[in-house]
Design a protein around this ligand. Structure first.
Ligand code: PAF
Length: 277
């Protein structure tokens, strides 16, 4: 595995790959890799001749007061995970390499970028799209792998690829959960055991929603109020939202075209989860 920290280094490394091997799978990450990332990396490994993973804690997607400085950093173990998973190039650029002063910026769409995750974190998706655009260009990825857990991020990246005619396929990957159903996230590291046991109510509420749907109860308000009952020990429910795959709110869930999205806080840690129905 090559560890590359400069943009020129990455360019040179990709130029050296023979055209036959230049079928590039790319997994962008912010490090602190867990089994969720690993499942993206494994899938990309299976489907690509060259596999590039990036680790870059992107400052522009953190708002003031968010956990940028405390974002977990595990460089040594991240390297090992990538090495063992068969990554060809681990790209770890610096902030100065990735950003310049007064640069051109990309804005998230004014509706889909500013609802749900975009309401409380206005500007967050501008930063995500800005960095993903840069990373897709630098990696020259044929395919880039994103988790369904960040469903809105995934939808916006797909939209950016469409709107800007980028030549890259975005591959959505399933949510990976721990043995009790908690969706894996780097932020889970901040949870105490007690907080974790309360956080399990998030996936329980999504399971309850699935049961209701299977029994024919499709009204969004009914599903949402039942989910709230299940999450009785969660400190704060920021939102539970039932939308279609284009992120339009639904009064009645449409099987095969719906997502139930949840954002909560447990012990000050913000957690999101969702299910696609
Ligand atoms: O999902 C993430 O980890 C980040 O938002 C991403 C896609 C790596 C961009 O910084």
């Amino acid at each position: 595995m090559q560890i590359i920290k400069s943009i020129d280094g990455l360019k040179r490394a990709i130029d050296k790959i023979t055209i036959d091997d230049r079928d590039i799978g790319f997994v962008p990450t912010m490090g602190a890799l867990h089994s969720g990332h690993l499942s993206l990396i494994r899938r990309a490994r299976e489907e690509s001749t060259t596999l590039i993973v990036s680790i870059f804690v992107n400052p522009t997607q953190f708002l003031e007061g968010e956990d940028l400085d405390n974002y977990p950093k595990r460089e040594e173990s991240d390297r090992k995970i990538c090495e063992v998973a068969g990554v060809d190039i681990l790209f770890m650029p610096s902030i100065d390499d990735m950003y310049s002063k007064d640069e051109l910026s990309i804005s998230a769409p004014s509706i889909r970028g500013y609802i749900l995750e975009g309401t409380k974190r206005a500007g967050h998706f501008d930063g995500v799209l800005q960095i993903v655009m840069k990373l897709l260009n630098l990696s020259r990825a044929d395919r880039a792998y994103f988790g369904k857990k960040d469903a809105q991020q995934l939808a916006l990246v797909m939209q950016m690829v469409r709107d800007y005619f980028l030549d890259c396929e975005i591959v959505p990957c399933e949510i990976i959960r721990d043995e009790y159903g908690l969706a894996l996230s780097s932020r889970n590291a901040y949870l105490s055991d007690e907080q974790k046991s309360r956080a399990y109510q998030i996936s329980k509420s999504l399971k309850r929603a699935t049961q209701l749907v299977l029994s024919g109860r499709l009204e969004s308000h009914d599903i949402i109020s039942n989910m709230r009952l299940v999450m009785s020990d969660i400190d704060e429910i920021e939102y539970i939202s039932i939308v279609d795959r284009a992120f339009r709110p639904l009064d009645t869930l449409e099987i095969g075209n719906s997502m139930i999205l949840v954002a909560v806080k447990v012990g000050g840690v913000r957690l999101i989860d969702n299910i696609w129905i």
